[in-house]
Write a protein that binds this ligand. Structure first.
Ligand code: FO1
Ligand code: 5AD
Ligand code: MET
Ligand code: SF4
Length: 375
């Protein structure tokens, strides 16, 4: 028994909310048992990562998340309003030389609510943000072998339907499913972080059969109960649609000047408990832990069921966490090997989705071609 959950129930992984909460509160020997069981759930000895280039298409955003330093004000002279296509293509071509396979487009949500963005779009001949995103992804495919993955925050069914034609996968963090976070610093000024709206987006992506990356942000003022609810919410969505390819367990990193500057970062044990529980609940889905946010402690996540390091970029910074540089791939390879596991490069779409159900002919063909170049 770990707390009041029997080991056989833990092995099966169909945990109730109360059981998850008690596991999220384990300590001492119980936490070691929890880690060991989670660790035994991994399907093989491969720990994956995707070699990517991170391109922020716009820094304008309709939300004001209390933890964010990415977003810039529309009147900020240094803000990226809409990134120039010629510059993007030349960056992407350089990424190809470095062996990147993924073009990661992550940017502010519904930026076209702002006048400056509306004007910039018009100048470039686009009606709205989605037309511009589509054009950038299409140009990526035309000019390079890279595979686009777009993380644009909340999108409508119609928007995702069109972006599916030019993306092999898409994603958006659920962050947390609690309404309560909307009345505290984290999300009080962020309509796009309304869990209802986010859950709808993830469900619509499921209906559209888009391989999908989501996850939760730990340490933004949530309770253990709210973490349990969030993981179960993701589980329900995946049980219904089967499109969740990976779940990111991301730890809040404090930064100077943000509204949540004084919020404590989650403890290492909180991360360990959450990663372990996630692996128990999702035995056949990759659990991703970003290596740049846990530079000193990465290896321990390999002992509690993490399967994936996510995107690692040899050429661009993590614009969301600019103070946290990517470790070198060789460094990750060594520390993974030291734990008895193998580092393996993957594409931005996981193998089980590389088929006609999830990809059109063109994307399927290109994905299969690029897959041949993975070692
Ligand atoms: O460099 C980052 N990559 C992030 N990624 C990219 C991710 O590491 C890879 O693009 C995916 O694993 C696909 O290969 C996200 C992708 C999503 O769909 C949703 C959220 C994130 C969050 C981050 C992030 O904070 N930093
Ligand atoms: C791209 C993702 O990055 C996460 N994100 C945003 N700000 C921070 C921060 N300070 N620390 C860690 N993660 C953050 C959010 O979960 C967002 O969805
Ligand atoms: C730059 S943050 C990641 C994309 C989007 N703005 C979101 O928060 O979901
Ligand atoms: S985290 Fe994303 S949605 Fe929130 S303010 Fe930053 S860019 Fe906008």
């Amino acid at each position: 028994m770990i707390f009041n959950v029997s080991k056989s129930k833990l092995e099966k992984g169909n945990l109730t909310k109360d059981e998850i909460i008690s596991l999220l509160n384990t300590n001492q020997n119980d936490i070691i048992d929890l880690m060991a069981i989670a660790n035994s759930k991994r399907e093989n000895n491969n720990i994956t990562y995707s070699k990517n280039i991170f391109i922020p298409l716009t820094e304008i955003c309709r939300n004001y998340c209390g933890y964010c330093t990415f977003r810039k004000d529309p009147n900020d002279k240094n803000a990226i309003i809409l990134k120039d296509k010629t510059e993007i293509i030349s960056q992407l071509k350089n990424a190809e030389i470095y062996g990147c396979k993924e073009a990661l487009f992550t940017f502010g949500e519904q930026a076209d609510q702002e006048k400056v963005v509306k004007i910039a779009l018009k100048e470039k001949g686009f009606e709205n943000m989605n037309e511009y995103i589509y054009d950038i992804c299409e140009s990526t495919l035309k000019n390079t072998k890279l595979l686009p993955h777009t993380n644009a925050g909340v999108l409508s069914y119609e928007e995702m339907k069109s972006l599916k034609e030019v993306n092999v996968s898409m994603g958006m963090m659920l962050e947390n499913s609690s309404d309560r976070l909307r009345i505290i610093e984290a999300h009080i000024n962020s309509p796009g972080k309304d869990p209802k709206v986010r859950i709808d987006t993830i469900a619509e992506a499921g209906r559209l059969k888009i391989p999908y990356t989501t996850g939760i942000l730990i340490g933004i003022g949530e309770t253990k109960e709210e973490i349990a609810d969030s993981l179960l919410t993701i589980k329900n969505l995946n049980d219904k649609y089967g499109h969740i390819q990976e779940i990111i367990i991301q730890n809040f990193r404090s930064k100077k000047g943000i509204p949540m500057e004084k919020n404590p970062e989650p403890s290492l044990l909180d991360m360990i408990r959450t990663v372990s529980v996630a692996k128990l609940l999702f035995a056949d889905i990759s659990i991703q832990v970003p290596p740049n946010l846990n530079y000193e402690t990465n290896q321990v996540f390999l002992l509690c069921g993490a399967d994936d390091w996510g995107g690692i970029s040899p050429i661009t910074k993590d614009y969301v966490n600019p103070d946290s540089p990517w470790p070198e791939v060789d460094h990750m390879r060594n520390l993974t090997k030291d734990a008895g596991l193998n580092l393996k490069e993957r594409l931005p779409i996981y193998n089980k989705y590389i088929n006609e159900t999830y990809l059109n002919d063109e994307l399927l063909h290109r994905t299969l071609e690029l897959k041949k170049s993975l070692n």
